[in-house]
Design a protein around this ligand. Structure first.
Ligand code: AP5
Length: 190
């Protein structure tokens, strides 16, 4: 069974995992079955076992070759999963050497998504959310730099659409309006 593959992306701190988890609960309550997979967790499992990192925020600082190897291993595992799948990941990862495609050709072609979702909001809102989130080691960067990352993610998403024929859906997760974002994502999943 092929199922529906929905890739969900957004810069760190935009709240994509918050939106995904609520939309997942909503469609599950309606009897629609999805597996909710976090791409970074698949990578982290290997990176931690190999002693490369001790927390998930260290992965984007690994050298490019290591990150690409971990990406490939994660993609192979995820591509082998049947049925409806949500993949929580990144259109691009900001590394010290520049933007790394989160879903390079060998990853996106293995997954062949139906839709790629970009969760976005205003840059200053993301900045505040990062500063308020004490559970993670978030990159501290200015609103201009966050804006650049969000722009780059649109460019990467267009490239993924060209490679696979998937649609690109932009969902805004604004302050005080998380329910609206959840409803929009649930509609994509139905
Ligand atoms: P990942 O686990 O995806 O980490 P992340 O980017 O930090 O994403 P999170 O899910 O933690 O943040 P989020 O933006 O979803 O925010 P959250 O919901 O927590 O990836 C980890 C690592 O794996 C990456 O750094 C990378 O190294 C690697 N990786 C993953 N995919 C990869 C790939 N394809 N290729 C290479 N490497 C890859 O919310 C944040 C805060 O905002 C919370 O406090 C929340 O309460 C708040 N919030 C949310 N919504 C709202 C709202 N509407 N209003 C106000 N506050 C809100």
């Amino acid at each position: 069974m092929a199922g529906k593959k929905v890739i969900i992306t957004g810069v760190p701190g935009v709240g994509k995992t918050t939106v995904i988890n609520s939309a997942f609960d909503k469609v599950t309550a309606e009897g629609i079955t999805y597996q909710n997979l976090n791409f970074g967790s698949f990578m982290f499992e290997v990176a931690q076992a190999e002693g490369l990192v001790t927390d998930r925020d260290q992965m984007r600082k690994l050298d490019r070759t290591q990150q690409k190897r971990l990406q490939k291993l994660a993609a192979e595992k995820i591509a082998a999963i049947d049925g409806n799948v949500i993949i929580d990941t990144h259109a691009s990862v900001k590394t010290p050497a520049g933007y790394l495609a989160g879903l390079p050709e060998w990853v996106i072609s293995a997954i062949m998504p139906d839709t790629i979702v970009l969760v976005e909001t205003d840059n200053d809102q993301i900045l505040v959310r990062r500063l308020s989130d004490e559970t993670r080691v978030r990159d501290v960067e200015g609103a201009r730099s966050i804006a650049e990352h969000q722009e780059m993610n649109r460019a990467f998403a267009a490239a993924y659409s060209m490679l696979t024929g998937c649609t690109v859906k932009i969902i805004v997760n604004a302050d005080f309006l998380v329910d609206k974002a959840v409803d929009e994502l649930a509609a994509v999943l139905r």
